[in-house]
Design a protein around this ligand. Sequence first.
Ligand code: SAH
Length: 260
Amino acid sequence: MTGTSPGTVYLVGAGPGDPELLTLKAARLLGAADVVLHDDLVPPAILGHAASAIVINVGKRCGRKNISQEQIDAMMVDYARRGLSVVRLKSGDPLVFGRAGEEMDALRAAGIPFEVVPGITAAFAAAAALRRPLTDRRTASSISFSSGHHAPGSSLEPASLAGATRVVYMPGRDLSSTAAQLRREGLPADLPCVVVSRAAQPDQQIVRTTLAQLDGIAPLPAPSILLAGEAMREAQADALAELTDFALHQAEEQPYPSAL
Ligand code: SAH
């Protein structure tokens, strides 16, 4: 090891699961990596970019059930100290509910160079699946990303979020505690709520409901994400569809110049 300068660790977002939603940079780094340490939610088609790397699942579900965060940190540091190029591949964006803060602290403490490569977070994939805007100047002027799972000691009190689109990651299988939390915040019973299961994947499912009925929906395949807010209201979607039809009709009547 003496004389070997450490390799770089890349904290890379794999996006929501559709291989086409991987960034070109992520694909290039995977292709050049010596070691890939990935989470459970990253599909094989994306791992396929890592043609010449040792690929290790460090996910806690189907991978290594007992692997601790400290062990993952130690693996990244150890491989980098051997001069290897390490990709730490996380679903979605690496800086959203991905424990990247702890991993970057460990890399800083060990003096390992690292870089972060953003990815498409689940909230964006879910909104795209729904064809609903996360912000809308008529109904939603802010977005809140929160987690249905709270680390011990973390605050359960959100800021006042009237007029926000609420996106809840890890909303829980039965949604009842997430629903209760949103009700405690004083959000209205008829607030549109949508659960998107496996967004941007071939078996994606969408269930639309209201806050009052959120805890009554049947569990959906993991991973799933909850979007709640006026911007998710369906009637508006219908109105927008009409507008789109109108715009298309207008375009037909006034075609672009043929040179285009
Ligand atoms: N870093 C990831 C989030 C990791 S936390 C990101 O930016 O997306 C894991 C949670 O993300 C899951 O419990 C689920 O709530 C959400 N999630 C990840 N991928 C998803 C997908 N394809 N569809 C729906 N939710 C997803």
